[in-house]
Design a binder for this molecule. Structure first.
Ligand SMILES: NC(=O)c1ccc[n+]([C@@H]2O[C@H](COP(=O)([O-])OP(=O)(O)OC[C@H]3O[C@@H](n4cnc5c(N)ncnc54)[C@H](OP(=O)(O)O)[C@@H]3O)[C@@H](O)[C@H]2O)c1
Length: 245
């Protein structure tokens, strides 16, 4: 039995890439979407496209590094639809630099976005989900949450943290479904968050050769949501077939 029709799904990081594609796939299956990200023009463009195709979608500009803004996004969804069935914590950035450069501002930004952003999402929806006795939280980690790559230690640390938080969330809340999605290379705008050109170019070349489409990740998220309430997909790891690491 499909289990997506009419579900209220809040997605952070929905202005591009995996978040936008997931919104598209879920809207086509009858979910009601509430989208958050910082770039208003891109966010509302996604909403416009979803509505043009007959989907139900709203957006609230949101910076996930701020708990008050993520709370506002959750409240916006509750006011509009009365409940939140699923939260997809998708917002993220991927800076690349060796630890020896001590890029403290960059480290703070990636920690604030990738770890605190996920915590802000959990904190904004979990109490109401627990009160209702059901809900589904989907966190975007990465294969960088399962191994550590040189020059990416801080990004990898944030994704390891997302793995740990997801496991804790699952163990503490048996009534809530928790899913961790760990993709390899996906063709999105993520490499644009690499500030140092020397690394950005290398990554963009590798992504051009190998990356899978965001649709592949959207399918994995859709699969997890579509399970019957008694089934929790805990983790999906997916890579482009040709990706070795
Ligand atoms: N692409 C990959 O190879 C890959 C692999 C593994 C895991 N992932 C993970 O997948 C997730 C989505 O990334 P993507 O590949 O789809 O990249 P993307 O196209 O760059 O999307 C990232 C999204 O995060 C949003 N975002 C960034 N900082 C934010 C903030 N402070 N507040 C709110 N939204 C913020 C961006 O929107 P605004 O800039 O408009 O705010 C954008 O919508 C990330 O968590 C990433 O780590 C990606």
């Amino acid at each position: 039995m499909p289990n997506i029709q009419d579900k209220v799904v809040v997605i952070t990081g929905a202005s591009s890439g995996i978040g936008a594609e997931t919104a598209k796939v879920l809207a086509s299956k009858g979910a009601r979407l509430v989208l958050g990200a910082r770039r208003k023009d891109r966010l509302f463009r996604v909403v416009g496209e979803l509505r043009e195709s007959g989907g139900t979608a709203l957006a609230e500009p949101t910076d996930v590094t701020r708990f008050d803004e993520v709370q506002r996004l959750a409240q916006f969804a509750l006011d509009a639809f009365g409940e939140i069935d699923v939260l997809v914590n998708c917002a993220g950035i991927m800076p690349v630099s060796p630890l020896s450069m001590a890029r403290m501002e960059e480290w703070n930004r990636v920690i604030d976005t990738n770890i605190k952003g996920v915590l802000h999402g959990i904190g904004a929806v979990l109490p109401a989900m627990k009160e209702r006795g059901e809900g589904h939280i989907i966190n975007l980690a990465s294969i960088a949450g399962h191994q550590v790559f040189p020059n990416m230690a801080v990004y990898c640390a944030t994704k390891h943290a997302v793995c740990a938080l997801s496991e804790g969330l699952r163990k503490e809340n048996p009534e809530i479904r928790v899913t961790l999605i760990s993709p390899g290379m996906v063709a999105t705008e993520l490499t644009e968050s690499i500030e140092l050109e020397v690394y950005r170019k290398g990554f963009q070349e590798a992504y051009l050769r190998q990356a899978m489409t965001p649709k592949a990740v959207a399918s994995a998220i859709t699969y997890a949501i579509n399970q019957p309430p008694s089934v929790e997909i805990n983790e999906v790891v997916l890579r482009p077939t040709s990706q070795e690491v």
